[in-house]
Structure formats: C-alpha cells, structure tokens
Design a protein around this ligand. Structure first.
Ligand code: MG
Length: 393
C-alpha cells in the first residue's frame, strides 16, 4: 500500500514557540521524557501509508533536532523560512523533484496525532483534494472589538477548530503556495487558508480532541500529567554480571575508561556495570537477557563497546511506549576505587540513556576480601531498573 499511495508529510518545526515560556523552542522540549518533535514525527514514521517524511527545521536548531529524533527515519530536514507559510513552502519545494500524490502538512507542536487520524487525512485528500481535521466548538465563541466589547456571537454550530495534519493533492497546494508567494502574501496561518484564498473548496473531516497543539506552559504540564497517569504498569528488573581480570591497563566500568593494572577477559569490552543494567532493563520488560539479544557466539560483538547494548535496552522500553524511572547499579570489587568516579559514571550513563542524572545511581562496595571479588580475580555488578509501561502492554 505504501508504494501505491505516494503520500508524503511535511512536519513544520521551524517556529520559535515563544508562548510556551522559557526553555527554547517548544518542539524540542520533552513531555514525559520524550521530545515533542520525536512524538510528532513517530506516528508518521511508523504509518504504512506514508512514504516520505520531510521535516522543516530552523537552521539554528539542527543540533537540537538531530539530538531529539535519534532512531527515527525520514528525509534530511530542509531549512525553514521567516514565517510558517514560508517554511511549508520550503518543504513543498523539497518534495517537488519527486512529487507525491498527496501531501499532509503537520505542525510539530501537535505531538499526539494517531495513526487513525493520519489515515483519515489521506482518505479525505484523495476524495476531496483538500481537507483538514476539524473538531466541533463546545464553548460559545464571542467576537470582540479593540475595547474587548462583544460585537457578535457566531452560531457555534457553524464553527470548527482547525487542526493538522491538513491534507491536499500535492500539485494543487504547491501551486497555491507559489501563487501566494508571487503575490507577496505571507500572512496565512494555515494551509487551508491558502487553499481558500486560491479558490479551492476545502473539506473537513473528523479531527481528534487529543490532537491538541502545545502552546502554553500549562499545555505541557497537563500532557505530562496525562501521560504519567497512563504509564501505571510499574515494573522492576534485576541484572547480575561478572567479568574476570586478565592482562591490560584499563577496565571499562559504567561506560567510563578506568586506568587499572589489569584488563577484563570478555567477549565485549566487559563492562559489568552496563551489562547488569542492560539485564535489569530487559528483565523489567520480561524480554530475555543480554546474551539472547547479543549472543557471545556472534563475532559482531567481539570487543564491542557496551554503551550500544544499553542504548538498545532503553530503545526496547521506548518501543513499548514506556519510560525508565530509575537505574541503580552496585559494583563489587576491592579495586579500582569506584567512589571518586561515581558522578562521572552517573553522567556517562545519563549521556548514553538520555535520562536525567537524578534518575541514575552508581554505588560500590567491597566484599571484605571474601570470595573471588575479595581475591581481586574480577568484578561483579548488580543492577536494577524501574520502568513504567502503559497498561495495555
Ligand atoms: Mg558481561
């Protein structure tokens, strides 16, 4: 279906989002640990009927953008313009060399679009050529003058709230945008308005009240609370790992290269701390263990850096719609001394996982010179992970 549909989407993410308060452009802020832009992109990335995804990004934000959308696949972003309208046109022009039949145009600040809404948009555009998702107005709307005095009460039965993704035959909306630019019009706030101005009939289809636009700080707080409440399936997993010392001049512990008189005997880099955390995360997901995902028999993992195993385990949580609440790891050894490196290790795990340092704990203990750790034959690590998943997992 993806091949025959030829539907593209432009994700408009070039705005500055100043009404959302301090903290930079709103599309790069996180809600429940996940950037708004990633939440906005993902439903299109996984939708079988969308063949091309074209983000439009402010050139100043490219580093933030790349950091926020790791793991998602789409076309290289194109730079946005001075207005939303100019940014959309930049996206349309980028698609024009290999034009799709249908184009959806979606604001990155709408982070809760569903696959069903995307399907409705494609279907509506195929039938009508130009269509937008709309929801009924439940409040009475007043028109006021400059003094704030009411001048009219429109019949709310005739009013709709416009949402995105708005959907069009590609060539039609491209031509309307080019005409508007030629005529010096740059003040349209949505693409339906440009289509209307160009004389097209624009249809509406059923929107989604949950597909709200994140505008003010209160919007972020409300959605954060809503998502947190929806992740009620709290789970804990544990992990345990040991590696023996061999020849060498350093060990990798929690992603940090620690100079030492020995090295690890291991297939990968032998990072017991990260391996214990990977098993803890997989345990919380009831999703096998590190050996089943990264078999030691596979030469691909020989000498592998273990940060990729941890990134993978975090991604398994994210793919299930979950989030990691806490990671805790204890290393058992007489040497090297972990204490002075604790915060470096916490920071490194934060960097690997994308979690705040406040959700990561690194501890160490000796075994009072007892057993293999006491005899300094190797290091053991015990990890635990607390994650939150949606109940429907
Ligand atoms: Mg191991």
């Amino acid at each position: 279906m993806a091949k025959t549909d030829r539907s593209a989407v432009i994700i408009v993410a070039a705005g500055r989002g100043l009404r959302a308060g301090a903290g930079g452009p709103k599309q790069y802020r996180t809600i429940a640990g996940r950037p708004v832009i990633a939440r906005a992109l993902e439903p299109f990335c996984i939708h079988a009927r969308i063949s091309t995804i074209q983000p439009v990004v402010n050139p100043d934000d490219i580093a933030m953008f790349n950091g926020a959308v790791q793991g998602l696949r789409f076309q290289s972003p194109v730079p946005g313009g001075a207005t939303r309208q100019a940014s959309v046109r930049a996206g349309l022009e980028a698609l024009a060399s290999d034009p799709p039949d249908i184009v959806l145009i979606h604001d990155a600040a709408r982070a809760f679009v569903t696959g069903a809404l995307i399907s409705r948009a494609i279907d509506a555009a195929k039938i009508t050529g130009a269509a937008i998702p709309a929801v009924a107005v439940t409040d009475t709307i007043k028109a006021v003058n400059a003094a704030g005095h009411i001048v009219a009460t429109p019949d709310r039965a005739t009013l709709r709230i416009a949402q995105t993704p708005q959907a069009f035959h590609f060539e039609t909306i491209l031509e309307a945008h080019r005409r508007a630019a030629r005529d010096g019009r740059d003040d349209f706030t949505d693409d339906a308005a440009i289509a209307e101005w160009a004389g097209l009939t624009v249809a509406t289809f059923e929107g989604d009240v949950a597909n709200m636009k994140l505008t003010n700080p209160e919007d972020f707080q409300r959605e954060e609370a809503r998502l947190a409440a929806s992740l009620g399936d709290v789970r804990t997993g544990t992990g345990y790992d040991v590696h023996a010392f061999g020849d060498g001049d350093h060990v990798m512990l929690c992603g940090v290269r620690v100079p030492f008189s020995r090295g690890f005997l291991a297939h990968s880099d032998g990072d017991v701390g990260l391996h214990a955390l990977v098993d803890a995360l997989l345990g919380a997901l009831a999703d096998g263990d590190i050996g089943s995902h990264f078999p030691p028999s596979d030469p691909k993992w020989k000498g592998a850096a273990s940060d990729q195993f941890l990134k993978y385990a975090i991604e398994r949580v994210t793919q299930r719609g979950g989030r990691v609440a806490h990671l805790d790891v204890t290393m058992v050894c007489e040497a090297p001394k972990i204490g002075p490196l604790r915060d470096v290790m916490r920071a490194r795990i934060a960097e690997i996982t994308g979690l705040p340092v406040s959700r990561i704990s690194v501890k160490a203990t000796t075994s009072e010179r007892l057993g293999f750790t006491g005899r300094q034959e190797g290091i053991a690590a015990i990890g635990s992970a607390t994650i939150r998943l949606p109940w429907d997992n």
